[in-house]
Design a protein around this ligand. Structure first.
Ligand SMILES: NC(=O)c1ccc[n+]([C@@H]2O[C@H](COP(=O)([O-])OP(=O)(O)OC[C@H]3O[C@@H](n4cnc5c(N)ncnc54)[C@H](O)[C@@H]3O)[C@@H](O)[C@H]2O)c1
Length: 246
């Protein structure tokens, strides 16, 4: 494993995360798959194989994240790429929500990303090399009803990424974001069950008239983790079938 670059993928056991893990492993990375869902992580690692290692962690806990990153780097080697796929949302109207719900949205979609990024960045700076890819959402660019606080966090992820892209370009570190449109994963399925009309309305607006596939997102992640994107930083790529053209 020592000669392979290490990629940490968070939210690895989710619909998109699994495809990203499989794609990066096929690209030659030794992948550290981080998620809170232990059984799904175990299945993932046995399916993908190829040097992929599971790291179970509640990423809303700062100490757990720091300990997990330290363990990954001790056993697998320095982090070359960090892909923040972790995310969660329900579909409710802002006016009907309570602050416990907002705090959960903020912790999973924003704080978790700060913790893991803060843990890997010093090593990347020291080695003057690194790729960070954040999975944001088109909700963070154009807003979505039913996802107000989530959209705010996804906008925050984009702005956070641009800021650390500026701070760390001098160290040869690239930070980019992907903004998926509606994508066929368990998260979308849960949203469809909660509010079928919301997703139908979104699909009507997609020029390609289909939701994204997790593989579509994995291909974009692969590009941002590869040397082909060495001169690209601070960018947000919508992978949304043309839903948004910003
Ligand atoms: N599916 C879509 O339509 C869509 C659209 C735009 C953006 N996104 C974004 O893409 C990313 C992946 O989404 P997905 O559809 O694969 O979702 P998913 O729900 O299938 O996967 C999310 C993963 O995050 C993990 N997770 C949640 N809380 C955690 C915690 N506290 N600690 C560690 N792991 C935790 C879950 O266990 C899950 O495996 C998310 O950031 C999501 O917001 C999804």
């Amino acid at each position: 494993m020592a000669d392979r670059k290490v990629a940490i993928v968070t939210g690895a056991a989710g619909g998109m995360g699994q495809s990203i893990v499989a794609r990066l492993a096929a690209d030659g990375f030794a992948v550290a798959a981080m998620d809170i869902n232990e059984p799904a992580l175990r299945d993932l690692v046995s399916t993908v194989g190829n040097g992929t290692v599971a790291y179970s962690c509640d990423q809303t806990e700062e100490a757990a994240v720091r300990e997990t990153v330290a363990r990954i780097e001790r056993t697998m080697g320095p982090t070359h790429a960090l892909v923040n796929t972790i995310g969660w949302v329900g579909t409710t109207r802002f006016v009907q929500e309570d602050s416990a719900y907002w705090r959960r949205i903020i912790a999973i979609n924003m704080e978790s990303i700060l913790y893991v990024t803060h843990a890997v960045l010093p090593g990347m700076i020291e080695r003057t090399k690194g790729k960070i890819v954040n999975i944001s959402s088109d909700a963070g660019r154009i807003g979505t009803s039913g996802e107000a606080v989530y959209a705010a966090m996804k906008a925050g992820v984009i702005a956070f990424g641009k800021s650390i892209a500026r701070e760390n370009a001098r160290y040869n570190i690239n930070v980019n974001a992907i903004a998926p449109g509606p994508t066929e994963t368990p998260l979308l399925k849960a949203e469809m069950e909660e509010d079928p009309d919301l997703v139908k309305r979104m699909l009507r607006l997609i020029p390609f008239r289909r939701p994204g596939k997790p593989e579509d997102m994995a291909a974009a992640v692969s590009f941002f983790c590869s040397p082909d994107s060495d001169y690209i930083t601070g960018q947000t790529l919508s992978v949304s079938g043309g839903l948004t053209m910003l």
